[in-house]
Ligand binder design. Sequence first.
Ligand code: SF4
Length: 314
Amino acid sequence: MSRKYYCGDSSEPLLIRLRNRLFRKPVPLFPKTVVIETQSGCNAGCLFCQYARIRKELPHGRMNDALFEKIVRGCAGRPVERFILCFDNEPLLDKGLAGRLAMVREVCPGAARNISTNASLLDEKAVETLIASGLLTEIFLSVNGNTKETYEKAMGLSYEQTFANLDNFCRYLRGHPDVRKRLRVRVTAVKTEHVAPELPEMKRRWEGEGFEFHVIAMDTRGGQLGRDNWRHGGEGKLAPNVNCRRPFHTFVATWEGKAVLCCVDYRREVVIGDLVRQSVDEIWNGPVARKLRAEFLRGDLSNLPICRNCMIND
Ligand code: SF4
């Protein structure tokens, strides 16, 4: 299980400890990536995502300012490489996103500030507020399809609206090389049977703009994705997600202040801490997180039901 990390258990046999030292990395003392859901809710209905199916079961609301500030200040001076201000939500639905990015910039200036958005709300005003201002240093665009038919089937959003935004965004960046230089742009697509035939053209299009283009293998999202969804994964064979590294470098905070195991745990099935009472440091290095990570590495998933059902398309 996750052959990249080790937990540093001194009771392990010498040979295991030696192997770890030589071939694996210790779990970092502080998360490299901090994911914060500033507000719940998504306006899309993607084939590869469980959100639309389970949205009624989930708690909804917006993280209060005091809790957001507490989390970010708890990361000050620590080696966080990236803040991602979204979880299972569409981040541009949060009208206060700019203020929150500004706080991250002030408190943790060395960390990248990232969102992953479906771009349906990335209009001229959002480009001005978030991109021109330098509040975002990275933007990941989830764009599944190159044609209207495929895009609307895969994401349930208006092709015309999103692609008008993307055209405007590209035009803006072409006209502002200074902004472009300091912004990382990545277009991501999940490999479903619908999108697969369009991937070569998408790669040409987005790399032609100078963006990264990244194809993600479809997974069952900790078993939370319905069969109706994951059957769109195409011909690949589903296999257990044994090499998952997420709980070893990324910390995930839900809007109401729960720390959950990973960024597919929308249902909050494995809660590792409570940010209202605890700090990021206390939770990351606390007994619950340490025990679960050690169990994961041993392949003992008895306390990790979500991982037991997490399959990825080979
Ligand atoms: S459910 Fe478990 S295996 Fe799947 S992504 Fe999350 S941590 Fe990794």
